[in-house]
Design a binder for this molecule. Structure first.
Ligand code: ADP
Length: 150
């Protein structure tokens, strides 16, 4: 008997799971597309947040609340590009493939956000490529897997 509680056993197990093990496919658009088109895409792809790139590098995130806030403002959704309303770099909270899933979950809770882009630095281009996403649903799915497994 190791003297370990079952809670610390679960904790050890979770810390070994990496972001790259369970990341999902992100929805990514260029920051020039209109707010209208981004809203349509959000419905079609059934996601709550979309990642935005400029020249293929991460430049922002746009979520349901960003659309609602601007819809109330009464702007022209067809003319306004997504880049006008998104949350911009360097204010994006992200994770890297080798980070533990626990660190990702802590970021989601601490920053009160629904998703994190999984990124890879492109040193030459001086920016970040988007490789995937981790969402609250990803974490819930993992919780269910771990719960069922014992
Ligand atoms: P929702 O709008 O559906 O509640 P969030 O809670 O994720 O979704 O988003 C709340 C705010 O945080 C929005 O303004 C959004 O642009 C911003 N946001 C979302 N994800 C991130 C992130 N990974 N890093 C920084 N800001 C984010």
């Amino acid at each position: 008997y190791t003297g370990k509680t079952s809670l610390s056993y679960i904790s050890e197990k979770i810390k070994k799971i990496k972001v790259s093990d369970i990341k999902s496919v992100p929805v990514v658009v260029d920051e020039a597309i209109s707010i209208y088109d981004a809203i349509v895409l959000m419905f079609i792809e059934d996601v709550g947040s979309i990642y935005v790139t400029s020249k293929g590098l991460l430049s922002g995130v746009v979520s349901r609340k960003d659309f609602l806030r601007n819809a109330i403002g009464g702007i022209d959704l067809n003319k306004m590009p997504i880049g006008m309303i998104m949350t911009r770099m360097p204010n994006i909270v992200y994770v890297e493939p080798e980070d533990s899933i626990l660190d990702a979950a802590i970021k989601l809770i601490d920053h009160e956000i629904d998703s994190l882009p999984v990124i890879e630095e492109d040193k030459e281009a001086k920016g970040y490529k988007v490789l995937g996403r981790i969402t609250k649903t990803t974490i819930t799915g993992l919780f269910v897997e771990l719960g069922k497994n014992d």
